[in-house]
Write a protein that binds this ligand. Sequence first.
Ligand SMILES: Nc1ncnc2c1ncn2[C@@H]1O[C@H](COP(=O)(O)OP(=O)(O)OP(=O)(O)O)[C@@H](O)[C@H]1O
Length: 298
Amino acid sequence: MIEVRQLVKKFGKLEVLKGLDLNVHKGSIYGLVGANGAGKTTLLKLIAGIYRPDQGSILVEGQQVFENYRVKENIIFIPDDLFYFSQYSIRETADFFRQVYPTWDEDRFTELTEVFGIDVKRRVTRLSKGMKRQVAFWLALSVKPRVLILDEPLDGLDPMIRSRVKKLLLADVAEREMSILISSHNLRELEDICDYMGILHDGRIIIESELDTLKRGISKVQIAFSEGTPEELLKAENILYHEKRGSVHLLIMRGDEQAIKTQVQAFNPLLLDVLPLTFEEIFVYEMGGVGYDIRNIL
Ligand SMILES: Nc1ncnc2c1ncn2[C@@H]1O[C@H](COP(=O)(O)OP(=O)(O)OP(=O)(O)O)[C@@H](O)[C@H]1O
């Protein structure tokens, strides 16, 4: 659905994206994460066709995006900093969307009044920050795009609306195979809704995986032994991180839960706990591998 190959983007001398590859499958939700300034917004703007790539290609449904209005008609981008025409009411903004997007669904717009419930005569720029964000989703969902690109999307929505918007997004993915690319620092929320994850670091996607696969392949292990610790176990190649707290060893190990249990039980531990990592822990761990401090998450 979205295929990004060897993408390079520079701002003056600053090379933000350095040959980046990314794949979003049709009908999936892809969570894009990375440190502040990693280049997430830049990447989303490139995929939405707002920026021109310096090198590489961005294909959406097999077609280049930049200056291709046919493809852009099927893409909605909700940016972090929303833009609305200053004099327009919600109704006038909706009319503008109806003219721009051939897939605009007026019935859906009316139906969604029940969810968003803001008077359509109100001028959008005079609404609160959260209400402006609600209008962005209201309009986006009424377009029924094939691709939805969201930059820090749910920030500022109250918990009730947040949960309803998530349900609406998931329903569109399930029913119409809409694809969503979503950038957020809220890893718990991403873990709830995404099926793929990509970690952007130093201008590239350093890890791209189905979330389940990512989670199955790595575990947090707590072990203790009645007598001395078997050095042989601690030398195992699949141990990615080791720390001793009192008599308990905390390990991050690659491998599925059963394989890890079999491996460790051979050394007769007094205590053995194999726990899944949350996506937040996996992210912090993987970033640890590229120079971040991970001690505090264990
Ligand atoms: N229009 C621009 N002109 C010059 N530099 C830019 C421009 N847009 C972004 N940058 C720079 O590119 C880098 C990546 O910025 P970007 O906004 O894409 O990061 P981000 O991953 O979205 O960050 P955050 O998580 O803080 O929102 C930063 O160093 C930023 O200063």
